[in-house]
Design a protein around this ligand. Structure first.
Ligand code: CKU
Length: 622
């Protein structure tokens, strides 16, 4: 049975303690730790912050670029658990894979560096005493897992990660760790869907429960508005036969809300659904409070609609990236980023190129921001310089390798985990299932047909599905865009194509491609998910030359002229919100500099172009 991915919460029946802090740490270059029983305790005296991206701290290359196994350890005093409770460890993420030991015993394993997982430690905890948690992590890249890349073995035997993507391969325990105590009989999962009719709304929900001993009998559901006022209350039976073998049940119900306060773009209103699981004698067995925003998302008549009103997406492709923090989630950076985004008039971002920490989505729910949530399917064209190779017509037979079935299984599993984790965030308006893979072959078509089909099964809200296509995925050759509800394009006319001295040719080429898309798109809207130009903040030149702030401005002005000519363009997410760290190379100057803001969030000149433009474009139209 899958883990419950519900976000940890403290309430009448549930509690947790965060284990963030300083953990013991060791590299394991020879991968001998498991043989030498490091699961019982690590050698050495190195310490590491949790959460943290270890590469950011070291002053030598060997450790900064470390690739292979690494270990974390912490000791926790765990008091005696209450009767009928279970004790769980929850990791926000460990990049890219982990084995978890408690008191030397393996309690869980997880593949994929950007999604949470839970380990049940109840059976191995020493109550009222010290408990040792050890994590074996690994940050190697291959073509069977997401994201894709390779490992080079150097002459001296050390490993070096070779990502097929343009961001630093940060690793470690990069998100929070929770020690939770929740009831054995518990609420495991919640699906919520909406139907809006004029001023009223219908909230349909399906709650999965699981138990060990006696089955729960009833579920009491209360809906409170943003002021905490009780709006609706119902009592429903738990269908204990839904999955008798696994001791798991389901309760379906509907709440009718008159005069519903809708969750709108940049005007968020959140309700709270309180769930109380009751026994035959009405004892509370578990409870959970789920925030929700009443809103619908559809694509109709070539428009992306939120609550039946067309919205134009304005904003950014982002990264989880900051100086010293690397990919670590930090509330203050998130706050700063939302303020910067709002200042430019943005309403949307894509979690390029992986699911972000859960707290980003919570924040977006409160801010009324729209999110295109992306699975870490990046690097599916076997190129260290995908940004240069894109558009050259180079074909790498990526989906024709013998390991592709393993990749597909991981792709579908991670899509499922992402949707399970994020499905109840009103901010999430679409799922992006790919970023710039090969899409021109019949095998790629078969591959993505299966990914899209699975995602449609996974999402109870049936949100729009999409994916970001690079230039080789041309209107004539791309075999995968027909699976999408709206088409996302990453295009670099005026940078990788016809940049610099050829800039004057870029506009026409760009328009030509748009005319060709219009012929094949079949009514689907198009959203730009990447367009941008590397810019060194403070570099000025007239006329604008590549890398100068003036060039970035001219680049955006030209791109916007093209987008404005084609009314089927329904969104523009520029690349990138801020400068971010990448691997080293002749194309990167201490990272990618396509940011509208610097890595420390100072605006470049182009930020004012966006601000001026986006404050003129309404967020939603009648
Ligand atoms: C970006 C083909 C373009 C790929 N796109 C992916 C993104 O991760 C890169 O950072 C290009 C760039 O700036 O080159």
């Amino acid at each position: 049975m899958n883990d419950s991915l519900l976000y940890p919460e403290i309430n009448e029946k549930r509690s947790y303690r965060m284990l963030d802090g300083i953990w013991k740490f060791a590299f394991d270059e020879e991968a001998k730790g498991e043989r030498e029983n490091w699961n019982n305790g690590l050698p050495g005296q190195e310490y590491m912050p949790v959460p943290g991206s270890f590469a950011e701290f070291f002053t030598d290359k060997k450790r900064k670029n470390y690739c292979g196994n690494f270990w974390y350890e912490t000791d926790v005093f765990i008091p005696e658990k209450k009767e009928g409770m279970k004790q769980l460890l929850r990791f926000g993420s460990v990049t890219h894979r982990a084995k978890v030991f408690c008191n030397g015993i393996l309690v869980g394993e997880h593949e994929g560096g950007f999604l949470p997982f839970v380990c049940d430690i109840t059976a191995v905890v020493k109550p009222n005493g010290n408990n040792r948690i050890v994590v074996l992590g690994n940050n190697e890249l291959n073509e069977r897992t997401l994201p894709c890349g390779a490992v080079k073995i150097k002459k001296d035997g050390t490993k070096l990660a070779k990502p097929y993507f343009d961001f630093f391969n940060y690793a470690g325990i990069q998100r929070s760790v929770w020690l939770m105590e929740i009831p054995e009989t518990s609420i495991k999962d919640i699906d919520i869907c909406y139907r809006i009719e004029q001023k009223d709304a219908e909230i349909r929900f399906s709650v999965v429960t699981e138990w060990t001993g006696a089955s729960p009998k009833q579920l009491c559901v209360k809906l409170r508005d943003e002021d905490g006022k009780l709006v609706k209350e119902i009592l429903l039976p738990v269908d204990e036969n839904a999955d008798a073998e696994n001791k798991s049940g389901r309760t379906d119900g509907t709440l009718y809300v008159e005069d519903a306060k809708l969750w709108q773009v940049l005007d968020a209103h959140l309700y709270t659904m309180e769930l109380f699981l009751l026994s035959a004698d009405d004892t509370m067995l578990d409870c959970y409070r789920q925030k929700l925003g009443i809103r619908t998302v559809t694509v109709r008549d070539g428009r992306i609609m939120v609550n039946d009103q067309p919205v134009y997406l304005k904003g950014y492709g982002k990264h989880e990236d900051f100086d010293v923090l690397g990919r670590t989630f930090n509330w203050s950076i998130a706050k700063k980023d939302f303020e910067c985004m709002k200042w430019t008039g943005a309403n949307c971002f894509r979690t390029s190129h992986y699911p972000y920490a859960e707290e980003w989505y919570q924040f977006a729910d409160e801010e009324g921001f729209l999110i295109i949530d992306e699975v870490p399917a990046v690097g599916m064209m076997r190129s260290m310089h995908n940004f240069v190779d894109a558009g050259t017509g180079k074909y790498t037979y990526f989906f024709e390798t013998p390991t592709v079935s393993e990749l597909l299984a991981n792709h579908i599993r991670e899509t499922g985990e992402m949707i399970a984790r994020d499905k109840n965030h009103p901010s999430v308006i679409a799922f992006s299932l790919l970023n710039e893979p090969e899409t021109t072959s019949e095998v790629s078509r078969e591959y993505f047909e299966k990914v899209f089909e699975a995602a449609r099964r996974f999402d109870p809200q049936q949100r729009p599905l999409t994916g970001a296509l690079e230039k080789n995925s041309s209107p004539e050759k791309c075999k995968c865009f027909p699976f999408m509800d709206f088409i996302c394009l990453n295009r670099y006319y005026g940078w990788y194509i016809s940049g610099g001295e050829d800039f004057d040719e870029a506009e026409e080429l760009f328009c030509d491609e748009m005319v060709r898309w219009d012929r094949v798109r079949g009514g689907r809207p198009i959203v730009f998910t990447e367009f941008g130009a590397d810019t060194i903040a403070g570099l000025h030149d007239l006329p604008g030359t590549m890398w100068s702030e003036e060039y970035q401005k001219e680049y955006y002005e030209m791109n916007f002229r093209v987008m404005d000519r084609f009314p089927f363009v329904q969104g523009e997410l520029v690349w990138n919100f801020a400068d971010f760290q990448t691997g080293e190379g002749i194309f990167r100057v201490n990272g990618n500099h396509k940011g509208i803001f610097t890595r420390t969030r100072e605006p470049k000149s182009a930020a004012f172009i966006l601000k001026e433009r986006w404050s003129r474009i309404p967020d939603r139209t009648a």
